[in-house]
Design a protein around this ligand. Sequence first.
Ligand code: NI
Ligand code: MN
Length: 227
Amino acid sequence: MNIRFLGHAAFQITINGKKLIIDPFISANPNASNIKVDTLEADYILITHGHGDHIADVETIAKRTGAKIISNYEIVEWFGKKDLEGYPLNHGGKIKLDFGTIKYVNAVHTSSFPDGSYAGQPGGFVIWDESECLYFAGDTALTMDMKLIPMTCPKLTTAILPIGDNFTMGYEDAIIASDFIECEKIIPCHFDTMDIISVDKEVVKTAFNEKGKDIYFLEIGESIETN
Ligand code: NI
Ligand code: MN
C-alpha cells in the first residue's frame, strides 16, 4: 500500500493498482499549492463527512476521472444529484470492491454540507486486503468505539489519525487512540492547515515515541510505502 499526503486530511492511497482519494481539500488549501488537482488519478473518492475541508475537490476530481464515491448514504445521495455515482455505506457496514474491503466505522464529530444540508453522521474507514489494513479515522474525538476496530477488522498495519486539536482530538488523545486500535504505525493529519490547529512536530514525535509508537509526518506531496 502506498499512502501519499495531499495536505490537511487529504490522502491518495494506492492499493492493488487502484487509486483512492480521501477527503480532497486541495485547491482551497494554500499549503497544498504543489498538488495539481487536475492531474490527480482516482478510481474511488472516499468521504468521511460533509464539511467543506473534506469535500472541496470531490466534484471536479470525480467528473474528470469518473471515480466512484464511497461514503455514507446521505453523502452519496447528495453527490448523486450532481450525476456522480457511488457506493453508499452506513456505520458498521462493509463492501468488497476490486481493491479490497472497506468498512465505514464510527466517528464522534458533526457533519453537514457547506450549504447547511444534512450529511448524515460522520465516519471513518478501515481499508484492507490480504496483507495490510489501514484505519482512516476522519475527523473524530477519541472514542471507546475505536476499541471495536481490532475486534472486528484485520490487525491494523497503519492508522491515519487527526492530531490538530480544537476541531478533532489532539495528539495526546491520538496516542490513546493508537492504543485502543492496537496500532504502532501512525500517520498524522488535520494539523497546521490554520493557526488554530498548529502543532509542534517534535513535541508530538517525542510523546508518541515515549509510548513506543512510530509517527510519520509526511510533507505535502510525500508518500510512504507501508508494506
Ligand atoms: Ni469536520
Ligand atoms: Mn475537518
